[in-house]
Design a protein around this ligand. Structure first.
Ligand code: KIV
Ligand code: ZN
Length: 503
């Protein structure tokens, strides 16, 4: 363990993917994982292989690909889960198995229906089995913050005896407050035999908005791994936000005296990539990565910043990778120029993706004249999402209606030489277009939410539509970009349905 170093454990692809509506395919997970590696994340929790074939596949493929970051697979404290986790992660350059079991009485009684002795033995056996496969094992006593401390200590001690190298203390339900969490950590450092030989980690949920504060309180007590997710994604209100933790450690290193291995200049790009691929927009006033995080509105602040930046800015926008983009491509730009600019922005598309992105880029450049770096990025990300055989929107026509006729839409979808055209009427043009898509694909779907944002400022900006759909029991998110809001909506709708159809 490097002195003064806090290890960043990113769980965007596991706990983050448990956010309602997020459903990432393997290609999308790979794209995010490679960016997390570029960002300098120490450990990437790639998934929970026992829960689905998709997760198993993703962990296997990420393990084969990532060379710098450690790859971690999650497993319940059950032999079959641990075997499956190892099967998926064993190809990684640096694999880790993370096994967990609840230790609070409330979970033992109502969920596990086991005694404390049984759970302690399950934890012991799980770590032992995982260590039989892998040198690097992490153990988590789930719901630690509502567990009886003396019992928690004994479970942690058993995990150390069986060879766990990292002990993670989760605030699973986001219940703790910073001083209380620090007290729990101090109790662990003082009472658990062998604790000095392992890394203590924390995993905080944000139900009370305290995930980052709790994690930092733990770090001040000696925790040296923090579990977090990009844009604070995760179950319910999410996990501690990676960007907030990292930038606090960086900006306040004067007080905390700690550092991470993160290249903070990659933060903005990582946040945008995760937002676009998950379909979860970032709130404008979100710390570090929100659109307004570095915007000064009041005259007094603007005046101060113009005279001396540090009057009202505690960090430089450039330190998180926010740079004015000078990239502009026009309708005469070629495929090579697009490829070059995308690579400058950090996007490496394969041939097929680049061909499709170029086609779309041309269509948009014809309508809009020129595309900025942000526009190009949004277009490219639509095609990175292309996985398996997807339905594509190849033609559409809408009529706003009038006294005589209701709004209507005719759309054409194509997939591998198959073409379907459908016409539908609706309450408005967006409704009609979505209905036509639904009918063409013969899927029942209910709209849960619909948001439109402008990618850049000004009237000529591309519209970015995010749609959440309920299809059966599942909630899926889709995103679409166009100069035309109806078309962006149709693309977002189709993007969401493609996710359901590819499963
Ligand atoms: O919140 C939690 O307790 C978890 C565990 C699996 C670490 O996600
Ligand atoms: Zn969690």
């Amino acid at each position: 363990m490097e002195k003064g170093r806090v290890y960043i454990f990113d769980t965007t692809l596991r706990d983050g993917e448990q956010s309602p509506g997020i459903c990432l395919g393997v290609r999308e997970k790979l794209e995010i994982a490679e960016q997390l590696q570029r960002l300098g994340v120490d450990i990437i929790e790639a998934g929970f292989p026992a829960t689905s074939e998709g997760d198993f596949d993703a962990v296997t493929q990420l393990s084969a690909k990532l060379t710098e970051s450690r790859v971690c697979a999650l497993a319940r404290a059950r032999p079959d889960d641990i075997d499956r986790a190892w099967e998926a992660v064993k190809g990684a350059a640096s694999p880790r198995i993370h096994t967990f079991i609840s230790t609070s009485d409330i979970h033992l009684e109502h969920q596990l229906r086991k005694t404390r002795e049984q759970v302690l033995e399950m934890a012991r056996q799980a770590v032992k089995r995982a260590r039989g496969y892998c040198e690097d094992v992490e153990f988590s006593p789930m719901d630690a913050t509502r567990s009886e401390p003396a019992y928690l200590y004994s479970v942690l001690e058993s995990a150390i005896e069986e060879g766990a190298g990292t002990l993670n203390i989760p605030d699973t339900v986001g219940y703790s407050v910073p001083a209380e969490f620090a007290e729990l950590l101090r109790g662990i450092f003082e009472n658990v035999r062998g604790i000095e030989g392992v890394i203590v980690s924390v995993h905080c949920h944000n139900d009370l908005g305290l995930a980052v504060a709790n994690s930092l309180a733990a770090v001040e007590c000696g925790a040296r791994q923090v579990e977090c997710a990009v844009n604070g994604l995760g179950e319910r209100a999410g996990n501690a936000s990676l960007e907030e933790l990292v930038m606090t450690l960086k900006v306040r290193s004067d007080r905390l005296g700690l550092s991470t291995g993160i290249d903070s200049k990659e933060i903005s790009r990582t946040s945008r990539l995760v937002s676009l691929l998950t379909g979860y927009p970032v709130q404008p006033n979100k710390a570090i990565v929100g659109r307004n995080a570095f915007a000064h509105e009041s005259g007094i602040h603007q005046d101060g910043v113009l005279k001396e930046r540090t009057t009202y800015e505690i960090m430089d926008a450039e330190s998180v990778g926010l740079v004015e983009s000078d990239i502009v491509l026009g309708k005469h730009s070629g495929r090579h120029a697009l490829k070059e600019q995308l690579e400058r922005l950090g996007y490496y598309l394969n041939e097929e993706e680049l061909n499709q992105a170029f086609k779309r880029f041309k269509e948009l450049a014809d309508k809009k004249g020129s595309l900025s770096g942000e526009d190009i990025e949004a277009v490219a990300l639509e095609y990175i999402r292309t996985e398996g055989q997807q339905w594509k929107l190849t033609a559409y026509e809408v009529h706003s209606g009038g006294h005589e006729a209701p709004p209507s839409a005719t759309i054409t979808l194509e997939r591998e030489g198959e073409r379907r055209t459908e016409r539908a009427i609706g309450d408005g043009m967006v409704d009609a277009a979505c209905k036509a898509i639904r009918e063409a694909l013969n899927v029942e779907a209910k709209l849960h939410s619909f948001t439109v944002e402008a990618i850049t400022e000004g009237l000529e900006s591309l519209g970015d539509v995010t749609i959440q759909l309920d299809v059966g029991e599942q909630r899926v998110v889709g995103r679409g970009v166009s100069t035309d809001i109806v078309e962006a909506s149709a693309r977002a709708y189709l993007n969401a349905l493609n996710k359901v159809l590819r499963q």
